[in-house]
Design a protein around this ligand. Structure first.
Ligand SMILES: [Zn+2]
Length: 238
């Protein structure tokens, strides 16, 4: 069965850190959500691939995912190659999502940058009827870039209010104790001296404040967002 929304991420735990709240909110609204982790995390400094698989499974349960899969591409050696494209296109055709969340195109870890480009390219190519990859042709409708933790001078296109989902997001992140217990930073998150869980809370509270909510997750789209009813627009100006 297809999913409505799919997060594609380089590493297990990336989606939890950047967009778990939006996934949870979609699931709460009755949609089907999935995660495609591109690598198994075999070159991580902490833990190992088997342990991270267990952790990712527990997090998937908390997030209420319809399905979580791993593309098995090489961790820390991710490339937008023909071989990788064929695998990721097969996965996109399998999930057949309407909306795809990708990492932001700029990243501290090269895998994050490559995952963003690889994901976008594959979303397009998956729709080509004659592209030689597994599955039936399918092209997602919408691509969102997860903007969490980015310091680029770029305003989010929108922020999702995840106040009602934040506790479960943090519980999903806490599943990755091999990665995060005692950690002061992770992925794109630079250290401030706080422990990682507290740092995630601070960051999400900041994004929430942009829409006058307790917790939020920021996203960017290349396309302009359409509005039907300007009277109903939220977020007080003055
Ligand atoms: Zn990562």
């Amino acid at each position: 069965m297809p999913v409505d929304i799919l997060a594609i991420a380089a590493h297990r735990d990336d989606a939890e850190l950047t967009c778990a709240g939006a996934l949870l909110k979609a699931v709460d609204a009755g949609y089907r959500a999935g995660i495609l982790d591109l690598t198994a995390g075999e070159t991580a400094t902490r833990g190992n691939a088997d342990l991270r698989a267990e952790e990712a499974g527990r997090a998937a349960e908390i997030l209420g995912l319809a399905e979580r899969r791993n593309a098995g591409l090489p961790d820390a050696h991710l490339h937008n190659s023909e071989e990788a494209r064929r695998i990721v296109i097969g996965e996109i055709r399998h999930f057949a999502p309407r909306v795809v969340i990708l990492p932001f195109p700029v990243g501290r870890h090269p895998d994050h940058r490559v995952a963003s480009e690889l994901g976008r390219d594959c979303c397009f190519l998956a729709g080509l009827a004659r592209y030689d990859a597994p599955g039936s042709p399918y092209r997602p409708h919408k691509i969102l870039y997860a903007l969490s933790y980015r310091e680029d001078p770029l305003k989010p296109t929108f922020v999702v209010d995840i106040t009602g989902q934040f506790d479960r997001k943090l519980a999903a992140i806490r599943c990755y104790s091999s990665q995060f217990d005692g950690a002061k930073a992770a992925g794109e998150i630079f250290p401030t001296g706080q422990d990682l869980y507290s740092l995630v809370e601070t960051q999400n509270a900041h994004y929430g404040s942009l829409i006058r909510a307790r917790y939020g997750e920021p996203f960017y789209t290349h396309e302009t967002v359409a509005v039907d009813d300007v009277i109903a627009l939220g977020v007080q100006s003055l």
